[in-house]
Write a protein that binds this ligand. Structure first.
Ligand code: FES
Length: 106
């Protein structure tokens, strides 16, 4: 388990004990993070699992993948840390990760 913190647009925080080997989205849904709706179930075509990765974590979580690009573009989300949480696999390296959820998902 690794601790991951979600910060909502109103500043409220929720820290979850995430399971390694599944996606950040799956962990968020399993732990009741309300801002992560994940309508498409992790197929990178709904955009309702977006997170904004804090600057100090972007190297660890990695860049937007080719699979994410079209959905992120369509969402109009231009935050420099935007990712689809369904495309981020939780690893031990993410211990302490902090992400924000976008206003459009609040
Ligand atoms: Fe739909 Fe991630 S769950 S894009």
């Amino acid at each position: 388990m690794v601790a991951i913190r979600f910060i909502a647009v109103d500043g409220s925080m929720q820290t979850i004990d995430a399971t390694v080997g599944i996606s950040l989205m799956e962990n968020a849904v399993a732990n009741g993070v309300e801002a992560i709706e994940a309508i498409c179930g992790g197929n990178a075509y709904c955009g309702t699992c977006r997170v904004h990765v804090e600057p100090e974590w972007r190297k660890v979580t990695g860049a937007v993948t080719e699979m994410e690009e079209p959905m992120i573009e369509a969402s109009g989300d231009t935050d420099p840390g935007v990712r689809l949480s369904c495309q981020i696999e939780v690893t031990e390296a993410l211990e302490g990760l902090v992400v924000r959820t976008p206003a459009s998902q609040s």
